[in-house]
Design a protein around this ligand. Structure first.
Ligand code: NAD
Ligand code: IPM
Ligand code: MN
Length: 347
């Protein structure tokens, strides 16, 4: 039996996580897999119920699970509160030790004409952003004040090496190229980043092509020549920003999944988007980012590549058939889109 700690969270989180859960249940029925979902309070919903975005019971359930599945957290309701829902997410990532956040971005066949950029521009887009997830400015000491504030950005060589290793290994299975992104013309952490990535490359990954790029230029190149990139390796905050930007290449942020991995098999799976307060509760949220995150869970934490592919093929087929929510110009609501994906899995 595979145990999934299930954290729907806030806003569209429960809508997209619910869709992913139905897809997983459909898959489990077809494959004879036994999945057990442990429902957990998390984020703003947990602040409301327990005064804590990451309550002890949720912490225990996540630690004991084979994988953690998250919808999204946050929203205006909790702005200005004593503790933010997002703090729970940072604590969850840290407590699971998931230092490598994999965010694949590709253009599905037939989606070229439905994406915001021109079809010529997005043709051939197939990249993997490897974002460092448990270090950098997200986790440095903070001083909060009305006249002065500071956020400390710290990286150690070991933190850089372990995430770079994941990127190089992924490139070996893909197109063999890593673009490491930093701000080495300004930041000390970026100069350490660049030196550590270069040294690891020389020592262990000479067969992989490595280039370095400054983050401002990368933001431009991502739009100008997105098909030129394979694996993009970068630190926590740059990866956060570049992955939202890159998601537009695929059609919508609602399509983008992620897997956050550490040393073991357990992982955290979540779409890259947030709680989308502007569309929450209206059935408008695209469930594909969550559904594809579930496929990543089946692959990485359950070790079942064939079953993961079934989910991915069902999603590809649904998109190729013109299905989808309004963000990609489709006719569906969240539920009817997920129903269609489930039907393709069964059929
Ligand atoms: P957001 O990602 O929630 O939304 C940005 C835009 O993308 C909105 O217009 C939204 O409608 C659209 N969008 C997002 N998901 C979509 C989907 N599945 N289908 C269709 N459209 C979608 O970012 P935001 O508005 O800046 O943040 C809202 C809240 O979410 C904030 O509190 C933020 O901290 C939080 N957040 C949480 C996570 C997470 O839980 N992993 C990630 C990002 C932001
Ligand atoms: C993401 C989100 C989070 C992040 C926030 C909600 C803390 O934007 O998962 O991309 O910045 O990592
Ligand atoms: Mn983000």
């Amino acid at each position: 039996m595979l145990i999934i700690a299930f954290l729907p969270g806030d806003g569209v989180g429960p809508e997209v996580a619910g869709a992913a859960r139905r897809v997983l249940e459909t898959l489990a029925d077809a494959e004879g897999m036994t999945l057990a979902f442990r429902d957990c309070l998390f984020g703003g919903a947990a602040i409301d119920a327990a005064g804590d975005p990451f309550p002890a019971e949720t912490r225990q359930a996540c630690a004991a699970a084979d994988a953690v599945f998250l919808g999204a957290v946050g929203g205006p309701k909790w702005d200005g509160g004593a503790v933010r829902p997002e703090k729970g997410l940072l604590d969850l990532r840290k407590s699971l030790g998931v230092f490598a956040n994999l965010r694949p971005i590709r253009i599905e066949p037939g989606m070229e004409a439905r994406a915001p950029l021109t079809p010529e521009r997005v043709k051939g887009v197939d990249m993997l952003i490897v974002r460092e997830l448990t270090g950098g400015v997200y986790f440095g000491d903070r001083e909060e004040g009305t006249e002065r504030a500071s956020d400390l950005c710290v990286y150690t060589r070991e933190e850089v090496e372990r995430v770079a290793r994941i990127a190089f290994e992924a490139a070996r299975e893909r197109k063999g190229k890593v673009t490491s992104v930093d701000k080495a013309n300004v930041m000390a952490t970026s100069r350490l980043w660049r030196a550590a990535v270069t040294a690891l490359h020389e020592k262990e990954f000479g067969d992989v092509a490595l280039e370095h790029m400054l983050v401002d230029a990368m933001a431009m190149k991502l739009i100008q020549a997105p098909a030129a990139y394979d694996v993009i390796l970068t630190e926590n905050m740059f990866g956060d920003i570049l992955s939202d930007e890159a998601s537009v290449l695929s059609g919508s942020i609602g399509l983008a999944p992620s897997a956050s991995l550490g040393a073991g098999k357990a992982g955290l799976y979540e779409p890259i988007h947030g709680s989308a307060p502007d569309i929450a509760g209206q059935g408008k949220a695209n469930p594909v980012g969550a559904v594809m995150s579930a496929a990543m869970m089946v692959r990485h934490s359950f070790g079942n590549d064939a079953a993961a592919r079934k989910i991915e093929r069902a999603v590809s087929a649904a998109l190729a058939a013109g299905r989808g929510t309004a963000d990609i110009g489709g006719p569906d609501d969240t539920r009817s889109f997920a129903d269609d994906i489930c039907a393709r899995l069964e059929g």
